[in-house]
Design a protein around this ligand. Structure first.
Ligand code: PLP
Length: 426
């Protein structure tokens, strides 16, 4: 297929007519499909159903340290759950606090605590004139929503296949003491599915921040979410790298079992240095007497250990891999060689990142919506919802059924073609 850019005006007008007719046919179907959020489909949730019946007798509620998990106690989590979550992100249990049902909640809490109480004895951010966060873009909209909510200035940093532009990160972090953090999704990033290289992790660990309370917000949400049994991406352990670089306190790592068991009913964890853990637990002890230990124990009983958890993730992969492949097949077949879009092909995670021609993303999403397919809003992957080039679209293939997804993908590529032709005719 020849690139749209090489077509004459007459050819483009003719093509527009054909595409418009196809679009009207799609609209007449009255579709109602959702490709907007990275949610597991119901058949994925079914995989963890046996977890709800792991308790059979009173003795089952005792954890390794002898605590009755039906009662108060174990502020930082039960030992076996700390071990499981540590194994999930490749660290050791003493670094881990097991929380409640959501890692996003832990991230919000961590920023909030820094605002009102400060980080390890430093001035609370709420008392400073200016606080800034670096935001690799495109990135996760809910991260940006947290920093926006607290009035923290967000500075976009371009992403590459190996992670954020580290020259820019090093420069900003080392020269500006108002820069207090950076949002990172280091493995199978949301939305591109990129994994930070060893070199990037090393450069992060060796940052020399101007601010003593600068922290890397390392959201390892997709640590074990490989699409293929062999050859998943490898991510270095940031905590160990920071320790080795003499910066043990510089990172907060987050994770959860939201897309392992049940989103909203999984367990979340934070991993950090001993000094950070001490600082955090001093506040946590005021905030709660302890999180849901029955759920922690339920997870451990269901998986046994990290090998059980990884085997479970392969069952997820079997269900979602064909969905990713179906989207890629349509993108390649319909858009390959046209020069009007590019997309990522990650080996894990929950998203495909699509870049249209400049100035087209909003219109593509509006067109898809008009014909019944909801996508993540254009601009959502940038701070303040402002994609300066209006190009990036996040595709979330997991939630629709295979049939729905095939239809949604066909309609999506049609919208991309239509809007691109309109743009070239301007
Ligand atoms: N972090 C990232 C990068 C995500 O993509 C998501 C959900 O899509 C979350 C965190 C939400 O995690 P939780 O359900 O643990 O709050």
């Amino acid at each position: 297929m020849s690139a749209y850019q090489n077509m004459s005006r007459e050819e483009l007008l003719q093509l527009q007519e054909t595409l418009n007719a196809q679009y009207q046919d799609w609209k007449a179907k009255g579709l109602k499909l959702d490709m907007s959020r990275g949610k597991p489909a119901a058949d994925q949730l079914d995989l963890a159903l046996p977890m709800t019946s792991v308790f059979r007798q009173v003795s089952d509620f005792k954890c390794e340290s002898g605590i009755d998990c039906r009662n108060y106690g174990a502020l930082t989590g039960i030992p076996e759950a700390r071990r499981l979550m540590a194994d999930m992100i490749g660290t050791t249990p003493e670094h881990v606090i097991v929380y409640g049902n959501s890692s996003l909640n832990v991230m919000y809490d961590t920023v909030c605590r820094s605002m009102v109480r400060g980080v390890m004895g430093n001035t609370p951010w709420g008392r400073l004139d200016k606080v800034k966060f670096l935001c690799p873009v495109p990135g996760y909209d809910r991260h940006f929503a947290i920093t926006e909510f607290f009035g923290i200035e967000m500075i976009p940093v371009p992403m590459t296949e190996n992670g954020p532009d580290m020259d820019m990160v090093e420069d900003l972090v080392s020269h500006d003491s108002a820069v207090k953090g950076i949002w990172c999704v280091p493995k199978y990033s949301n939305p591109q599915g990129y994994t930070y290289s060893s070199e990037t992790v090393k450069r992060f660990a060796n940052l020399r921040p101007a601010a003593a309370d600068f922290r890397i917000y390392w959201d390892n949400a997709y640590a074990i979410h490989d699409l293929y049994e062999e050859g998943g991406d490898k991510l270095e352990d940031i905590l160990a790298a920071c320790e080795e670089a003499g910066n043990p306190d510089m990172v907060f790592e987050f994770c959860s079992t939201s897309k392992v068991t049940f989103p909203g009913s999984g367990i979340a964890a934070l991993a950090a240095s001993a000094a950070n853990i001490e600082d955090i637990t001093a506040q946590l002890a005021i905030q709660t007497i302890g999180h849901d230990k029955m759920n922690q124990l339920r997870h451990v009983k269901f998986f046994g250990d990290i090998d059980g958890m990884k085997a479970h993730m392969q069952r997820h992969a079997e269900k979602i891999r064909p969905k990713f492949e179906a989207v890629w097949e349509v993108l390649e077949r319909e858009l390959g060689g046209l020069g009007i879009g590019s997309w990522t092909k990650p080996r894990g995670g929950y998203f495909i990142s699509f870049d249209s021609m400049e100035g087209c993303a909003k219109k593509i999403i509006a067109k898809a919506k008009e014909a019944g397919v909801t996508m993540t809003g254009a601009g959502a992957t940038f701070p303040y919802h402002k994609d300066p080039q209006d190009r990036n679209i996040r595709i979330a293939p997991t939630y629709p059924t295979q049939e729905e997804l095939a239809m949604a993908a066909e309609l999506f590529v049609l919208c991309v073609k239509l809007v691109s032709v309109e743009k070239l005719l301007q």
